[in-house]
Design a protein. Structure first.
Length: 343
């Protein structure tokens, strides 16, 4: 894993390092959603909304957009609004967690399909809000999105361009990889500790039978809200990282399709099983890019021309793979031992 960006760059250039970086972002999202869906058994179809909250928070507090919209604010901050990411990350976790509680509070009595529809609506509300909050006061810049977001800088080291360390030139993409990997390690440790704790056992009881859990004295309401808040916090952190990594955010990055993809990662890998969720995120984010890059040369080698558009072919195999896995591995590719024994 330490050598992954160097090996990927040697094999196919920095494009593949960027693919790996985005894969790590999806792993963060999948681990956050796994707390809600895997540990607690709550079907959340609007998880991408928390990702958007974190991304737009970073965009508003670490870009010139607000200063351009409010001249009075620009007079107060002549050097620009450059909020430190050491402040943005915990702030995004808190605000996204609060949004998770706001989503969870009115849905405590809902289960299954009904909960999925409500959370789906919440995700769409956030996306449409970001798209239309450019009038009468331009807060989010609408469909154009917000650009010029400050890149992350740690200990005076900016994560952009080419960086010189000890006489070695290192692309910033490599540093992003190591930062994302460290964040994932921290999230995995938190998830495993939570799963093995009293909180995790309460979530497990709620997932298996909510009524029995309530009879046993578990405060179902509080534990559900805690699951929504913690999962949303991880989504908010991933959103801040995405905004800084891209330097640009727009509503088109937070569509319903993204929520479905993240949910598919959790289900495909092994719902409730942390290593399985990581495997699912890797497969559904990295392998489609491999197929996209190889579809054209493979068709040219076999048929002498491109018969099927690479994007159509990618979606075809993507859907077929999901169908086959759900037929032959209904508990996921790497389920927890208990689920594998039941299967």
């Amino acid at each position: 894993m330490i050598l992954a960006p160097w090996l990927a760059s040697a094999a196919g250039g920095n494009y593949w390092v960027r693919v790996i970086d985005f894969t790590l972002l999806y792993i963060m999202l999948a681990l956050g959603l796994n707390i809600v869906v895997g540990f607690t058994g709550l079907l959340d179809m609007g998880f991408i909304a928390f990702y958007a909250v974190g991304a737009y928070l970073a965009a508003l507090l670490a870009s010139p957009h607000l200063l351009e919209t409010f001249p009075a604010l620009q007079a107060l901050l002549p050097h620009g609004l450059h909020t430190s990411y050491l402040l943005l990350v915990p702030l995004a976790a808190l605000i996204a967690g609060a949004c998770g509680i706001l989503l969870g509070a009115p849905t405590l009595g809902l289960r299954g399909d009904y909960l999925a529809i409500v959370t789906l609506g919440f995700g769409e509300i956030i996306r449409i809000l970001m798209r239309n909050l450019d009038r009468p006061v331009n807060i989010t810049n609408g469909a154009k999105g917000i650009s010029g977001i400050d890149t992350l800088s740690l200990f005076g080291l900016p994560f952009k361009g080419m960086i010189h360390l000890a006489g070695v030139r290192i692309p910033a993409l490599y540093l992003w990889y190591y930062l994302f990997a460290l964040l994932i390690v921290a999230i995995v440790i938190a998830c495993v500790r939570l799963q093995r704790s009293r909180i995790g056992r309460a979530w497990h009881a709620i997932r298996e039978d909510e009524e029995v859990a309530r009879v046993m004295g578990i405060n179902v309401r509080n534990y559900k809200l805690l699951a929504f808040a913690l999962g949303a916090s991880f989504g908010g952190i991933a959103g801040v990282m995405f905004a800084s990594f891209q330097g640009f955010v727009s509503p088109e990055s937070f569509t319903l399709n993204e929520s479905i993809v993240v949910l598919a990662m959790v289900v495909l890998g092994g719902i409730g099983h942390v290593p399985g969720v990581i495997l699912g995120a890797v497969l559904l984010s990295a392998l489609p890019e491999v197929l996209r890059s190889q579809a054209v040369p493979l068709q040219q080698a076999l048929f002498g021309s491109v018969v099927i558009d690479p994007e159509i072919l990618r979606q075809l195999f993507y859907g077929l793979a999901l169908v086959m896995v759900m037929l032959f591995r209904p508990h996921g590719l790497w389920p927890a031992r208990r689920q594998e024994a039941q299967a």
